[in-house]
Design a protein. Structure first.
Length: 486
């Protein structure tokens, strides 16, 4: 592709006033999120439902750990996806091959029986989704120059596609699972990703030239060493699994350990670097409490796919005028609120301008509010399948309000606080906080007992509220460490 084509793509207004190729990225991300959330909506119940009900009959606590480990693995693999884009393939090809990997993972879940399908499928989907997540946003950014006034609106359209996919995916896969079986639901996720891939492949040549370039190519002489390291890592995982060190019961704990060690290593490397001094060092230190706050937030927020799913199965009254709503449909409630409220929050922050809360206060408020959402479960009536649907809808509204306080500003704050030398590593740190929190969600969910749920909601909610209040109380000193950025 020539530079002229790149300039044409940036002056194009063929998609709602945006570059026409944005429609392609919008579509592939919509279908990828459709398949991702559609699969995740039925995954947990597939693991712990009995064989008579079409599931695998795995212990419920072990099943939540698998889901948490898988979710953490998605965010861990964003680091691999970013590395492949920067050093080997370039962002455009990394996105394409990652989407292929996602589709093959859903196919494996749909056609391979038992735990073999789960193992192969979840590994492929996690690796592929990490690659898509790491590169899709940068490809959208490539469509605009830094002064293009359409940039924010373009990203808003792109994220709307994400939430449309997240809304529709669980509705369809949940209905298929409920009516004809789990593997039909997984198959629908595979078909959705195939549609996204077909559409993307037809128009991928229209992306700007820079998206096909490898920013920092891996020297040819080092490729064999990296390939050997990858093979050695796979052999080590196989040996540890054979020896019983890596087991399904320990998966979420293992992902927690890997994420925590990687995060500590990243912080150590950055803070001990002699070129990170003064203002840059101060900003990295400011990121530490935000990192911890983000871990706690995601440990509770990701319970939508563990505890909230079990709650919908065992505690929620899902009767709708004589028809029982499929369990996975609860996972489509949050995207509805995101679609409705994201613009409201954006307008609010724009209107407040410099009077809006500082970033540390938003982080703390979002985490504290997430804890309040768990306190709200304590007000729900007890008994099997007796909790009102409107009550859960209200709780998930609180989930959404908390998310909109912290999630949209997280990556933005990370890029602002990053030292020039470690811009990519700081983004990796941000994703590690989500990986750590998501895996922790799986481990925490083991302690949830529908028959005695009060202490779980109380203590988990209290931990989140206290964390949020501490960060809010430290807003001013943290903001000073940020040294002029917000």
């Amino acid at each position: 592709m020539s530079e002229q084509t790149t300039r044409d793509s940036r002056s194009d207004t063929g998609f709602l006033g945006q570059p026409g190729v944005l429609a392609n990225l919008f579509g592939v991300e919509l279908w990828e999120r459709f398949s991702f959330y559609g699969m995740q909506g039925i995954l947990l119940i597939y693991l712990y439902f009995s064989a008579a009900d079409g599931g695998l009959g795995i212990d419920q606590g072990v099943a939540t750990g698998i889901v948490g480990a898988y979710g953490g693995g998605v965010y861990l693999s964003t680091i691999l996806g970013a590395w492949l884009a920067d050093r080997v393939l370039g962002p455009e090809r990394t996105l394409f091959y990652s989407a292929v990997c996602v589709m093959l993972g859903h196919v494996a879940l749909a056609v391979l029986p038992g735990l073999s399908g789960v193992g192969v499928g979840l590994v492929l989907v996690a690796l592929g989704s990490g690659g898509v997540k790491a590169n899709a946003t940068s490809l959208v950014g490539s469509l605009y120059d830094e002064h293009d006034p359409r940039r924010d609106a373009g990203f808003s359209l792109f994220y709307m596609g994400i939430n449309i996919g997240a809304l529709v995916g669980p509705l369809l896969t949940g209905l298929l699972q409920d009516e004809v079986g789990f593997h039909w639901g997984f198959g629908a996720a595979a078909v959705g990703m195939a549609l996204g891939l077909a559409q993307y492949a037809a128009f991928r040549g229209r992306l700007p030239e820079e998206t096909h370039h490898v920013a920092n190519p891996l020297p040819a002489g080092r490729r064999a060493a990296y390939a050997g390291g990858a093979v050695a890592a796979l052999v080590l995982v196989a040996l540890l699994s054979w020896a019983g060190v890596i087991t399904t019961e320990r998966l979420s704990d293992i992902v927690i350990g890997i994420s925590a060690v990687a995060a500590i290593a990243y912080f150590a490397v950055i803070l001990t670097d002699k070129q990170v001094q003064g203002v840059e060092r101060s900003r990295v230190l400011a990121f530490v409490p935000l990192f911890v706050c983000n871990v706690v937030f995601w440990a509770l927020y990701q319970q939508q796919f563990t505890v909230v799913t079990i709650y919908a199965d065992e505690r929620l009254d899902r009767d709708l005028f004589g028809w029982e709503m499929p369990i996975p449909w609860v996972n489509s409630i949050n995207p509805v609120f995101i679609i409705v409220l994201a613009g409201v929050f954006a307008a609010l922050w724009t209107r407040l301008g410099e009077r809006q809360p500082a970033t540390p206060f938003k982080f703390g408020a979002g985490t504290a509010l997430m804890g309040v959402a768990f306190f709200c479960f304590l007000a729900m009536p007890g008994g099997e399948n007796s909790a009102p649907l409107l009550g859960l809808v209200g709780i998930l509204l609180v989930f959404t309000l908390a998310e909109l306080l912290i999630s949209p500003v997280g990556l933005s704050a990370t890029t602002k606080l990053a030292p020039r030398k470690f811009a990519t590593q700081m983004i990796a740190l941000y994703f590690l906080s989500i990986a750590l929190g998501t895996a922790l969600a799986g481990t925490l969910a083991r302690f949830y007992d529908p028959e005695a749920e009060g202490p779980f909601f109380l203590w988990v909610g209290l931990a989140s509220v206290v964390t949020g209040l501490v960060v809010m109380a430290a807003n001013k000193p943290i903001h000073r460490l940020m040294a002029g950025v917000d």
